[in-house]
Design a protein around this ligand. Structure first.
Ligand code: SF4
Length: 730
């Protein structure tokens, strides 16, 4: 495949969809004349009644399930997974199956604008009108921009809603228009992408559906039983057909429990393990020399480099038996077709990008790419990157390539508290995100959000721990109340989301909020006022072959469509890497260092002495997605109380018994949990779940109170697994 830069650019058609657009604009509450509508009519979506419409899950999840909603008398009567979408296969996960009641109709949902009346973080607010709230926010933003420039304003958003329209589009245009600081959105996925790109020039390898052809499946840093449930169904099918399943994970996840072989290295040693496997492959002459000769660069340099990654050394670093490393290398090289499914679990370490870079080399060494179901499976977003018309979705030409400063989202706490930052961040606009829960260094984030001289505006469904620090909270629509278009980073399906019902209360779309704010601030540029439907139509306005036969009309009729991809997808069977040479880079002179190196966690002697345990914070909850649903009581009940998993030897050393209440702490914070003594972690490692809301936990802190805001070696992601803690019984 290997979408070229040229492919990535959309080619405009001049007249398609015109008829459909007119038809829909008439039916919709929003048309091209939206700018002239009064504020309370600015709902940004159309609705349907007494019929069944199509929608799609907005979560940051690779599965991107489709659903249908039956509406009767303006209310959702039935909400069910799409049965005819082969990927969704009639099944939504536990997080979403009860979505209308869990979120849209939840009694705690915020349905009017709120203005703060108490201290920041107290959650004390009073309802105010949209007119008043928008007027006041617009006035304060205007003053800040006049005094300190647009860079004093920072947007903060991420995957709380992955709809292309509600996550960026008008919002991105608004912030570029005012010259706001740019948010470096790297909290998830960037080291993965940077590492694999350095080797292969692209991340899209084996497609999810082709895993059924694999006969040796190596899941590395991913837990599909919890977080990629529809891929898991296909893995089970592959196993029925004879595949062997191996999991590499420092934690004994639900997936690891079901695997044929669970390999449990010490956290942060993935780069060493990948290089150690390569060492064995060469030493045992298990490589596909013909593939290496024809389709890779730098094999000789790499062979020399691997001398220092001998099995004994790698065994010492990873904590794995030498024999385990040798057997894994042999099984991988000899299992045909052999597939590595690697996801973001292992990117959260300062050596994270290098780990992906090294892992991505393995299929080239063994020639695994030559077979259907063999190679590397990672993300699929590049397919949509090539197919859709992104120029029309996000920044218009007038705003392209903004030159304003970047603030890394992982270091929000630092940025808000940095007295040397010029200009200081004076306004923060948060949407699709709950940084008090999801951002490292939680107490520093809270301290920053507590600043009285910071204007914080939050668009939300619920009074989250972040919203409780806001000056103004605006009620946002849920996915059942707005239009959107959703690509996928884990599947090959494009989906449209049609609003099923009118927005409840005074909720408005994210796009609607930014249009109203733009109007109030006196902006006139058309790109700030484009309707959601218009944006979707233009985004689909592409003649790329992957979109052949997929139109706004067809999506509206069916809800989803698989991209029109070649029947057989074997991207690197004969090379064709998306690198300048067209070959897989075992050596890449453009990157320093030119070959991946294992760099151990760097803790000070004092840290090692004061905090004897390595902490893992994992997305292990089955009923929350990051912080989403963390407030829904029946899901919290199903999830149960959060545990700290400890090895029996470590627990004994601290006089801790299974079920004891304990405090986990380090220099950044403290969290109270219940001890669970098990084989889930190795000696010296403790593990706790991510996603619980601090305000709903004893002591008011959750996992990110303990994590650091270090950045990774590639992709500037968050090295959140690089943290040490101590544990005491309370
Ligand atoms: S969270 Fe994932 S598995 Fe669950 S419904 Fe959404 S897309 Fe499907």
């Amino acid at each position: 495949m290997g979408a070229s830069n040229e492919d990535m650019k959309h080619k405009k058609k001049n007249n398609i969809y015109r008829r459909e657009f007119i038809e829909l604009s008439v039916k919709s509450a929003v048309g091209a004349s939206l700018i002239s509508l009064p504020i309370l009519s600015e709902i940004g979506c159309g609705t349907t009644a007494d019929k069944t419409i199509h929608g799609v899950c907005y979560h940051d999840c690779p599965d991107r399930c489709s659903w249908t909603v039956t509406v009767r008398n303006g209310k959702v009567e039935k909400f069910e997974a799409s049965k005819d979408n082969p990927y969704t296969a009639g099944k939504l996960c536990d997080k979403m199956v009860n979505f209308p009641n869990d979120v849209t109709y939840h009694p705690d949902r915020i349905l009017t604008p709120l203005k703060r009346t108490g201290l920041k973080g107290s959650g004390e607010f009073e309802p105010v009108s949209w007119e008043q709230a928008i007027k006041e926010v617009a006035a304060r933003l205007t003053t800040i921009i006049e005094q300190d420039g647009g860079e004093a304003v920072l947007p903060y958003s991420f995957g709380g809603n992955q709809g292309l329209v509600q996550s960026d589009s008008i919002a991105g245009r608004f912030f570029a228009h005012i010259g706001a600081s740019q948010l470096e959105r790297t909290i998830c996925g960037n080291p993965t992408v940077a590492g694999i790109m350095a080797t292969n020039g692209q991340t899209t390898g084996v497609l999810p559906e082709d895993i059924i052809h694999s006969r040796f499946i190596l899941l590395w840093g991913t837990n599909p039983v919890n977080s990629n449930q529809h891929l898991w169904l296909m893995i089970e099918e592959a196993r029925k057909r004879g595949a062997r399943l191996v999991v590499i994970d420092p934690f004994q996840s639900q997936t690891a429990l079901k695997a044929d072989w669970h390999i449990q290295p010490l956290p942060g040693t993935d780069t060493a393990l990948a290089l150690g496997l390569m060492h064995v492959i060469f030493k045992e002459q298990l490589q596909d020399q013909d593939y290496i000769d024809n389709y890779t660069t730098g094999a000789n340099e790499m062979k020399a480099h691997l001398q220092k990654y001998d099995v004994e050394t790698v065994s010492r670093w990873t904590g794995l038996e030498s024999e385990t490393i040798i057997q894994l290398a042999k099984s991988y090289a000899q299992g045909k077709p052999s597939l590595i499914r690697v996801l973001v679990g292992l990117e959260h370490q300062t050596n994270g990008g290098s780990a992906f870079r090294a892992i991505a080399m393995l299929p080239a060494l063994t020639g695994a790419w030559r077979q259907l179901g063999g190679g590397l499976m990672n993300m699929t977003y590049e397919l949509f990157g090539a197919a859709l018309n992104w120029d029309s979705l996000n920044l218009p030409a007038a705003l392209a390539n903004p030159k304003t400063r970047m603030i890394n989202m992982i270091q929000l706490g630092k940025a808000l508290n940095d007295e040397t930052l010029k200009p200081a961040i004076r306004a923060l606009v948060i949407f699709n995100s709950n940084p008090v829960v999801t951002t490292p260094n939680q107490n520093l984030v809270k301290r920053g959000l507590s600043r009285e001289n910071l204007l914080t505006v939050v668009l939300e469904h619920f009074m989250t721990d972040t919203a409780s620090y806001a000056d103004y909270v605006f009620p946002a629509t849920t996915v059942l109340e707005n239009w959107d278009l959703l690509d996928s980073w884990g599947s090959t399906y494009l989906n449209i989301n049609e609003p099923a019902i009118e927005p409840l209360g005074e909720a408005k779309t994210n796009t609607g909020f930014f249009r109203i704010l733009s109007k109030e601030m006196g902006f006139k540029d058309d790109y700030l006022f484009e309707s959601d439907i218009d944006i979707i139509q233009k985004t689909l306005d592409s003649d790329h072959e992957y979109l052949k036969g997929i139109t706004f009309k067809s999506l509206k009729k069916n809800g989803w469509a698989r991209l029109n991809l070649p029947k057989t997808w074997m991207p690197h069977a004969v090379g064709n890497f998306n690198t300048p040479s067209g070959k897989c880079n075992l050596y890449n002179a453009e990157i320093d260092p030119p070959m991946p190196e294992y760099v151990p966690f760097k803790y000070s002697d004092e840290d090692l002495k004061s905090f004897p345990f390595q902490l893992l914070t994992l997305k292990s909850p089955r009923h929350f997605l990051n912080s989403s649903k963390g407030n829904v009581s029946h899901l919290r009940k199903k999830e149960g109380k959060p545990f700290l998993d400890m090895h029996a030897v470590d627990a004994a050393g601290k006089d801790i018994n299974d079920g004891d209440e304990i405090k986990i702490f380090n220099q950044r914070g403290a969290v109270f949990l219940t001890a669970r003594i098990s084989q889930k972690v190795r000696k010296g490692v403790v593990c706790m779940p991510h996603g619980y809301w601090p305000s709903l936990m004893k002591g008011g802190s959750s996992a990110n109170a303990l994590t650091d805001d270090l950045l990774t070696d590639m992709g500037r992601g968050g090295a959140i697994q690089e943290a040490r803690v101590d544990v005491v019984k309370v």
